[in-house]
Ligand binder design. Structure first.
Ligand code: FEO
Ligand code: CA
Ligand code: CA
Ligand code: CA
Length: 591
């Protein structure tokens, strides 16, 4: 620990020292509780985790791999309970080299998996819903809860909205184009005011292989989404729906926002196509003064865009069921960030501007399926990899986390993406107009400002924070964020080891007042891991973090991992896990 450094911050914890280590660490005065690990039982009949002999059936009942998004939904539903609730967790992807013995290190391990191991990986994707409760200051899963649920790469889902039933969504297994098996690569997420979950499909292109990616009728559209002949996950060897030469439309059934009700374990998840198809990172909501719901989402790719969806109708706070299909009707917008500080929100509406039949958009369905191309034609602003887009509940400003973009050239720099070869990323704020002091997130214009430019102050060109930021307080590669009730931002990072030689972590800063953008290191991840899903209980006495892909380091494998976090037992591989951080002796996180 270093002594708390100076500066006018409202945060009272002594900041950590940057480091790389096998173990994780949190600021003095706080305690880490490991809550849910890969392989822990979710469903009542789940067998004990046996990493040397994992099976698809076992994995389908156990906590999945690579936890990312976390949401805490209070129990009972509609309450503000901070001691009992449903923890909803995304399982973004799988690391075969760390999950199975004998495959060796690196991504090449994925080419050596058996059919059964691929099935385990499919069961390790998706989500977990787990009831958790706090007793005497300790969080634990409720083993026999009727709410506990696993959603996997094979769970049946319905498709709704403008693209449902479109020819491009039809497959041999589903001639209706309305029934899909599974959700994949679920990264960040969000929820709705009526207590449903929005889980997002991000890098869906990683799963589809075949020459049709280069030569088929959809080759150009697939290229725009990064679908290539040899996918990162070669599942098509065993599962024909991931082989484009056999099932050319399956990729059009992924890349959506999926809504489901965590309070009803029988409920069927729904892919909401009105929110567009792209590599969704997150989907966070604000209720507008007129009651309409605004959902922000980033498209995480170098030079891709920031979107928002505005529902056509207000939500109904008095009748939960009345909101069931609210997300099927509304307008998707994409952002243009002008050099003079203005934001323009451009509608992805069929028949408006260039979105015409002559340009390949005969109806709204094609606009949603090929949302990236529609946004290209509208002149959206190419950004430095938009990750979380989330609104500060105190100020009403919306934060856009831009993780990095090593490919931006000098001649592509502009005020909103001001650095070439942007290795460390930055964070901008969208300031909506606020007539009568109430931010109007449905408006088609706003302003933008820079919150911070990441990197090492004084070392990395253009790094910009509060001038009192210490040599431990700077960050690199911001990814997710959360806000506490005081409106302070908590920023988690993904990629700092490669970009800056320090572990990924969780940083906190004031967003207004004299401590604005004075970031401070609160939590440091174990080696190889990124930090995801920061999520507070409603009373801010606990912050949940998803520690994803521990030991994802060069040369690291199941048999020789770079860390065995969090168990540190010889026979136990590293395990992606959700942790709860609480204050020793209780109290508010960050004070
Ligand atoms: Fe899965 Fe955009 O990080
Ligand atoms: Ca991730
Ligand atoms: Ca992410
Ligand atoms: Ca990321």
């Amino acid at each position: 620990q270093v002594p708390m450094t100076g500066g006018p911050s409202s945060l009272t914890f002594p900041e950590l020292r940057h480091q790389l280590a096998q173990r994780d660490a949190v600021a003095e005065g706080y305690e880490i509780q490991v809550l849910l690990r890969w392989g822990d039982a979710v469903l009542p009949d789940a067998p004990a985790f046996d990493p040397a002999a994992q099976t698809p059936a076992a994995q389908a009942m156990q906590f999945g791999y690579n936890n990312d998004f976390i949401d805490f939904q209070p129990l009972p539903q509609g309450s503000r309970s901070a001691d009992r609730g449903l923890l909803v967790v995304n399982h973004e992807y799988s690391n075969a080299e760390l999950m199975f013995p004998g495959l060796g290190a690196g991504s090449a391990a994925r080419n050596r998996t058996t059919a059964e191991q691929v099935k385990v990986e499919m069961m390790a994707h998706g989500l977990s819903v787990v009831e958790i409760a706090r007793t005497d200051g300790r969080w634990a899963a409720v083993a026999d809860s009727r709410f506990n649920r696993r959603i996997t790469g094979e769970t049946p889902m319905r498709v709704s909205g403008p693209a449902a039933g479109h020819d491009w969504l039809k497959t041999s297994a589903d001639p209706t184009g309305t029934r899909v098996l599974g959700t994949l690569n679920n990264c960040a997420g969000g929820n709705t005011p009526w207590g449903t979950i929005l889980t997002t499909e991000e890098n869906f292109n990683y799963y589809f292989s075949g020459a049709a990616a280069k030569t088929g009728p959809q080759a150009e559209a697939y290229r725009r989404y990064g679908i290539v002949e040899r996918a990162m996950f070669p599942w098509g060897r065993f599962e024909t729906r991931f082989d484009l030469d056999k099932e050319p439309n399956e990729p059009n059934r992924f890349g959506w926002i999926v809504e489901f009700d965590p309070y009803d374990p029988q409920s069927q998840p729904v892919k909401r196509t009105a929110l567009g198809r792209f590599k969704h990172e997150g989907c966070t909501h604000v209720v507008n003064p007129d009651g309409r719901v605004v959902l922000y989402s980033g498209d995480d790719e170098r030079f891709d865009y920031v979107y928002k969806f505005v529902t056509a109708r207000p939500w109904n706070p008095n009748d939960r069921a009345a909101n069931r299909d609210l997300l099927d009707d509304g307008t998707l917008f994409v952002a243009r960030f002008a050099d003079d500080g203005k934001v323009q929100w451009l509608p992805l509406t069929h028949g408006e501007g260039p979105l015409t039949p002559a340009n390949g958009f005969p109806s709204q369905a094609e606009v949603m399926i090929n949302a990236r191309r529609a946004a290209d034609l509208l002149g959206a602003t190419p950004m430095d990899r938009p990750e979380d887009v989330e609104t500060n509940p105190v100020t009403g400003r919306t934060y856009v986390i831009l993780t990095n973009n090593g490919n931006r050239r000098e001649d592509q720099v502009s005020p909103v993406n001001p650095r070439a070869r942007n290795a460390h990323g930055h964070i901008i704020e969208i300031v909506p107009p606020a007539p009568n002091g109430r931010p109007d997130h449905a408006a088609t214009e706003a302003r933008w400002e820079v919150f911070l430019l990441a990197g090492r102050p004084g070392q990395d060109a253009g790094a910009r924070y509060h001038r009192a930021t210490s040599d431990q307080g700077w960050l690199s590669c911001p990814d997710n964020c959360a806000f506490d009730a005081k409106g302070r931002i908590w920023i988690s990072t993904d990629g700092a080891p490669g970009a800056a030689g320090v572990a990924d972590g969780l940083y906190a800063a004031d967003t207004q007042g004299p401590g604005r953008a004075l970031t401070r290191l609160f939590y440091q991840a174990p080696t190889g891991a990124e930090v995801c899903g920061p999520c507070f209980t409603p009373d801010d006495t606990t912050i949940f973090l998803a520690i994803q892909h521990p030991a994802e380091d060069r040369g690291s494998s199941f048999d020789r991992p770079s860390t065995r976090w969090p168990d540190f037992q010889d026979a136990m591989p590293p395990r992606p896990s959700v942790i709860a951080i609480v204050k020793r002796g209780e109290g508010t996180i960050g004070e």
